[in-house]
Design a protein around this ligand. Structure first.
Ligand code: NAP
Length: 511
């Protein structure tokens, strides 16, 4: 059979509701990785449902000036698709997006993508043992549903009183308004997280006045970014081993940070000293130095890397308000300390809906329970990937599978090992459904809770998006990435409630 003949027909092509074996939501690193791995085990009956008109997920959406990755590219890429041509140690967004486009073409993923297809809801139909999906381009059913919607896909804009009455321009960093000329404008930036510290230094030379609202000062360390030389690229092109060694080197250096996060935060003291020295080198004004000095332990929130953030704050057209934004009155932004500034534009660098994943509102499992309701008291899964009550459903970057020190692509590939092994197991044992057992999920989460107690995310004296509304850390993986690879290496049927394929079940009833 030819490659195209194996690709399922378009949704809504007529002839009843189309059925696929696997439906994947999203085309970021997770969705693309899933597609390549499905093809690798001979599963071609799948679609990737993408609400936008292009692939790339967060690396498509975030086009703000200065957008780049804090994890070196040799590690922040698929192990099965090394790229010898990375131009810099820390690649910029256009390079990462180009890489993903290249992977999609190289591995024949594009014909499987249904663009402009937003999943409105996905409901488990127990009698049919499949998922029924309603999308913006029609309906379909799928035996298996994989959510690769990602935690950084839906922007979070705080509900600031008066914002709707603001007559200027407003946007979120992940929906950058490139049509608006910032030259000479009075601009308020809300937030000082990973995104804001990248775009502020880029827009500062252009804008007239820049007011940055900082609710919490982050820890920022120097960014050891450099171009990858032509010679290095030539070596990587000729030697897969050299590239593997570079990847392994980055992996080991990053992994050495883990004990500081999960066991002995004192290890990170040296990094705090480096962070404070970084401030002293860039800022002379004692008041500004004090304002940007974090009041929590390094590692409690994501550690940021930048060489140009502190220098940008010292420029004459920049003022740092050491307070959150609490109101907008007409065209005046108001801080919690009473600061008032008239502005032409407000840019929110306020992050994403992470612990309240919006896709969960659209997934309804066994017994008609929405995943968002199941998770009303906090997200919970088994091995970060499956959830009791949601048969044949897999999450990439699900609860407690996140990290900030290393590559999320490594985590995604680990979860894909697990998902693919689950599908292969279903084939081998002719299983119609697999569903995480309640007791297995409870055991898993009890283990996480025990491990979490010692971590810097709990004890570091900060409030972060790693924690949910109840203060429970539901995003982070409290161990090494290698351990995550081990716990997702094999799909253990003992942890699952299983049913036979419908054909077998009918035969069994007849006997
Ligand atoms: P973020 O890290 O969640 O930061 C959001 C910022 O908004 C925080 O400083 C937060 O303050 C602030 N904030 C929220 N409401 C506010 C208010 N009313 N007034 C003032 N400040 C307010 O979001 P992000 O920067 O978009 O980054 C999200 C994630 O994307 C990162 O953690 C990272 O995983 C990824 N990312 C990575 C890179 C990279 O690799 N370099 C770059 C960009 C993004 P508090 O700290 O007080 O909550």
């Amino acid at each position: 059979m030819t490659e195209t003949a194996e690709v399922p027909a378009a949704i809504g092509d007529g002839g009843g509701t189309p059925h696929v074996r696997v439906a994947v939501i999203g085309t970021g690193f997770g969705g693309i990785g899933a597609a390549v791995r499905l093809k690798g085990v001979g599963i071609h009956d799948f679609v990737l449902l993408e609400r936008a008109d292009a692939i790339g997920g967060t690396w498509r959406d975030n086009t703000y000036p200065g957008c780049a990755c804090d994890v070196p590219s040799h590690l922040y890429s698929f192990s099965f698709a090394p790229n010898p041509r990375w131009p810099r140690s820390f690649s910029a967004q256009p390079d990462i997006r180009r890489y993903l486009e290249d992977v999609v073409d190289r591995f024949g993923v594009r014909p499987h993508v249904r663009f402009h297809t937003e999943v409105l809801d996905a409901t488990w139909v127990e009698s049919e043992r499949h998922w029924h999906l309603r999308t913006t381009t029609g309906e379909l059913t799928a035996t298996v549903l994989i959510s690769a919607a990602g935690p950084l896909s839906d922007p979070q804009v705080p509900a600031v009183p008066g914002l709707a009455g603001f007559s200027g321009e407003v946007w979120h960093s992940s929906r950058w308004n490139h049509d608006y000329d910032l030259t000479g404008k009075r601009v308020a930036v809300i937030g000082t997280g990973a995104s804001a510290i990248q775009f502020v230094p880029r827009i500062q030379p252009r804008v007239g006045e820049l007011t940055v609202f900082q609710r919490t000062a982050p820890w920022i360390l120097p960014r050891a970014d450099r171009p990858i030389t032509r010679t290095e690229r030539a070596v990587f092109s000729r030697s897969a081993l050299a590239q593997k060694a570079a990847r392994a080197g980055v992996y080991l250096v990053r992994e050495a940070e883990v004990p500081g996060f999960i066991l002995t935060p004192a290890i990170l003291r040296a990094a705090e000293v480096a962070g404070k020295a970084h401030i002293r080198r860039a800022i002379a004004d004692p008041a500004l130095r004090a304002a940007v000095t974090p009041n929590f332990r390094l590692g409690c929130k994501r550690v940021l890397l930048s060489n140009d953030w502190y220098p940008a704050l010292t420029q004459p057209n920049v003022s740092l308000v050491n307070a959150g934004l609490t109101a907008v009155q007409g065209d005046t932004v108001v801080g919690s300390d009473g600061t008032r500034r008239d502005v032409d534009a407000i840019i929110f660098g306020t992050g994403f809906h992470v612990t309240d994943m919006p896709i969960a509102q659209r997934i309804t499992g066994r017994g008609g329970v929405r995943l968002a309701d199941r998770w009303a008291d906090g997200m919970e899964a088994l091995r970060g990937t499956t959830v009791h009550g949601y048969p044949n459903f897999f999450l990439l970057i699900g609860p407690n599978s996140g990290l900030s020190h290393s590559s999320m692509v490594f985590i995604i590939e680990s979860q894909l090992n697990y998902v693919i092994d689950a599908l292969v197991t279903m084939d081998r044992h002719q299983l119609g459904t697999v569903e995480a057992r309640h007791d297995a999920q409870q055991r898993w989460n009890a283990l996480l809770d025990r491990r979490m107690k010692r971590t810097i995310w709990v004890n570091g004296g900060c409030h972060s998006w790693y924690q949910d509304a109840n203060g429970r850390v539901t995003t982070q993986w409290p161990s090494s990435t290698w351990r995550f690879r081990l716990v997702t290496r094999k799909f253990d049927v003992g942890e699952y409630r299983l049913t036979a394929t419908p054909a077998l079940a009918v035969a069994a009833r007849r006997e």
